[in-house]
Design a protein around this ligand. Structure first.
Ligand code: AMP
Length: 206
């Protein structure tokens, strides 16, 4: 099964990607997480990624395309991919998608979730001060790493990322709609409820 998850920042793409991956035993490729790992490195690629991320801008298609191809090669046939594609050219790069799940939330909720979002600086586990606090303040439950706010999760950059998302994702949505692969899901509900709906969608025979 080849699943792509589309949705605004804060819509829960990574969380649902993780759940889908575990439940259906499909490898999960969380693009944001891969990029943040690469951005930690002190090499040229790390520096380039940091530059784009800090500004809230998408990486050039050629560069992200190369990264995604390499990552997909590592994981084999099926995938659940979140954070890619983010524009029409990226959608065209990706062959043989079976379903595109669109997680829908209003901006107000996205903003609220992103401002309270925290992430482990060591293993990348995602937390939220409103709904999923680390058990011990600012310490990751999984690896004891330091839980911090992402550099690009500040109000100014969040708004910029949301604006870019909205502009660039429209043709992607139409691309999958035309191919009858798009399924929209209300992502305002609690995580388990959303996953319940997604698992039903993905379990349906074609
Ligand atoms: P996000 O949290 O989805 O806004 O992703 C954080 C940052 O990662 C973005 O602001 C971009 O710099 C980069 N990024 C994530 N996904 C992509 C993508 N598909 N294409 C280009 N850049 C991306």
């Amino acid at each position: 099964m080849k699943v792509v998850i589309l949705g605004k920042q804060g819509s829960g793409k990574s969380t649902q990607g993780e759940l889908i991956s575990r439940y259906f035993s499909i490898p999960h490729l969380d693009v944001g997480r891969v990029l943040r790992e690469k951005a930690k490195k002190k090499n040229k690629l790390g520096k380039t990624i940091r530059k784009f991320m800090l500004k809230g801008l998408l990486l050039p298609d050629k560069l992200i395309g190369k990264i995604i191809r390499a990552e997909l090669k590592k994981i084999g046939k099926g995938f659940v991919l979140d954070g890619f594609p983010r524009n029409l050219d990226q959608a065209k790069m990706l062959k043989d998608v079976d379903i595109a799940l669109l997680l829908k939330i209003p901006d107000k909720i996205a903003l609220k979730r992103l401002i309270s979002r925290r992430v482990c600086s060591k293993c990348g586990e995602v937390y939220n001060l409103l709904s999923k606090k680390p058990k011990k303040d600012a310490i990751c439950d999984k690896c004891r790493g330091k839980v911090v706010r992402r550099d690009d999760d500040n109000e100014l950059v969040i708004k910029k990322r949301l604006n870019i998302y909205k502009k660039e994702i429209k043709p992607v949505i139409n691309f999958y709609k035309k191919r009858k692969l798009l399924v929209a899901v209300n992502a305002e509900k609690p995580v388990e409820k959303i996953f319940e709906q997604i698992s039903l969608i993905l379990s349906k025979p074609e």
